[in-house]
Design a protein around this ligand. Structure first.
Ligand SMILES: C[S@@+](CC[C@H](N)C(=O)[O-])C[C@H]1O[C@@H](n2cnc3c(N)ncnc32)[C@H](O)[C@@H]1O
Length: 257
């Protein structure tokens, strides 16, 4: 079986359509992963994952690449906190946030830390989603090695984490505004009325067509004053095609804002 056939069979089995991920990169990753299991062909690997849910889970986590960290690209989080959020937070309205493809939770917790400061009433809600069930379970736990906290300002480390052995655990006062859910950006319905959507470092893995569809859907998910915050290598070329305009580099809104 060739790569194309493997992708079709795997889609049938898992619901994940790898055709929508850039082929050269994905194929290279998959081929190198398969080698670990002493199987030579895609057929044998499919048999293996069918019979072994643990291998399936590991494979899913591997193909979807889930590295993350708190305040990843600190300058951009600074822009969000100082320039963007003060413009769009309204004191008497719940501020709705979607952290899409949130991986181990570093990103929604970073958001909650910032919003805790900017919205002292606590009237904000973060829906944090990812495709990978295992990673969501990890995110809910909120335990991190030091390396994921490298860019976290030390005042927050002391205030919002407890440390045991080598792991930092996020406190419940930061967890309480976040709801974690499984969500596939390529096929599940999108949320609506979002004041902020953060989706970073995942669209780089998708084909141009998939990206185009996703940006269109995100634009529809935004509230009138909503902002879409994307990753450092994910600027949108001609945002107007989605009814969006650039506020600052990496931040997009409807043209009325
Ligand atoms: C590199 S991480 C990015 C994490 C975080 N947004 C950040 O920037 O640090 C990419 C995440 O995208 C998730 N992902 C991959 N494909 C996805 C899809 N189709 N729908 C939703 N999430 C997906 C992966 O499970 C992974 O957790």
């Amino acid at each position: 079986m060739d790569y194309g056939r493997f992708v079709i069979e795997f889609h049938r089995m898992s619901g994940l359509d790898l055709h929508l991920y850039k082929e050269s990169q994905m194929k290279r990753r998959i081929d190198s992963h398969i080698k670990k299991y002493a199987v030579k062909t895609y057929d044998d690997f499919l048999k293996l994952v069918k019979e072994n849910p643990a291998i399936m889970e590991t494979f899913m986590s591997y193909v979807t690449i889930n590295v993350s960290e708190f305040f990843r690209d600190p300058k951009q989080w600074n822009t969000l906190e100082s320039d963007i959020l003060p413009k769009i937070i309204q004191p008497n309205k719940t501020f709705n946030v979607w952290s899409a493809a949130c991986s181990t939770g570093d990103e929604p917790y970073t958001l909650a830390i910032i919003l805790n400061k900017l919205i002292p009433s606590g009237r904000f809600k973060i829906i944090a989603t990812d495709l990978d069930k295992e990673i969501i379970a990890k995110a809910k736990k909120g335990e991190y090695p030091e390396k994921q906290l490298l860019h976290l300002p030390s005042e927050y480390k002391h205030k919002y984490f407890t440390k045991e052995k080598d792991l930092y655990t996020i406190k419940s006062e930061i967890k309480k505004n976040i709801e974690f859910r499984q969500h596939n950006l390529l096929k599940d319905p999108y949320l609506s009325g979002m004041d902020l959507i953060v989706c970073r470092n995942v669209l780089i893995y998708f084909t141009e067509d998939a990206k185009h569809t996703i940006y269109g859907k995100f634009a529809k998910s935004l509230s009138e004053t909503g902002i879409l915050f994307v990753g450092s290598t994910e600027q949108i070329i001609s945002p107007s095609q989605y009814g969006l305009k650039s506020q600052k580099m990496f931040f997009y809104s409807k043209p009325t804002l």
